[in-house]
Design a protein around this ligand. Sequence first.
Ligand SMILES: [Zn+2]
Length: 297
Amino acid sequence: MTQERRRSAYSRQAEAEYLALFPNSENNAALIAEKGQGLQAYWRDFLQQPDWYIPLEPFLRDWMQTQAHDDPQSEFMRKPFSDLVGGMLEGEEIPLGQTGPNFDAKREQRIREGLPAVEQVIVHHSELPVGSDTKAEMRKINALGFIRQFTDYYMQESGSDGEPNPWYGKPVWSGHFDNQGKQVFYAYNAMVNPQGEATWLLENPAYTLWHAGGAANTNSAGLVLLGNYEHDTPPGVQIATLAQIITDRYSDIAPENIRGHKEVNPERTCPGDKFLGETGWKRALQDAVRRVSDQKS
Ligand SMILES: [Zn+2]
């Protein structure tokens, strides 16, 4: 396909009008809702098609696939799209694949070779404002995994070897199912909210979750703290619950093998600049894991 994909005139205008409200977002709530809903109505028609990501590719490339940190304007633009996708996935309104590539092949290979499915725990923060509704937080994480990880794979017309991607244009599939048998796109095994409540997203240790990058995805568990801790320390109760679920589910993991995302992928800042160092919360987490393990033994 040689023809360059362009945004429709409608989309360009509607995005610009929505973005223009950003600098005064506190004073423009009603207008933001109205413009956001206009964009969502436009996106919704595409999202009901199996190859929705092809017509929406210019938007996805500009706003959804980028790794911007500390960028409230990007967050502002992403929100109506992520909200829409989260709701449509929950309502089963986006056509999903019934089959697709085996994203878990390397991890299954490890398990066949007798290696532990999990040999390290990787800690993340969600970098997003947190609401009080657990279901809404799950929808958000599911939508982001769907858009930024699995769809990103399907959007590639050819693989890294230059061969055409046979799945290009096909409906997106993860091959990952929650305990209700519903296909989901989470990048983490579990999440912990700032009130210290843990929710399991994916419990099957054979799933490769795309949370850390590279080999770490195939040998680790991914746990996410809800909240933006780029420059803050999470509440004590949130760290305590994280320690509790690590000792409950990953009792074989030594405290030394609990790492932050940025320790396995130096291009990332996650889980924030208060994690490492003498007074960093990584130490508090490791100490709490040791304490809980000692109480159990
Ligand atoms: Zn992370």
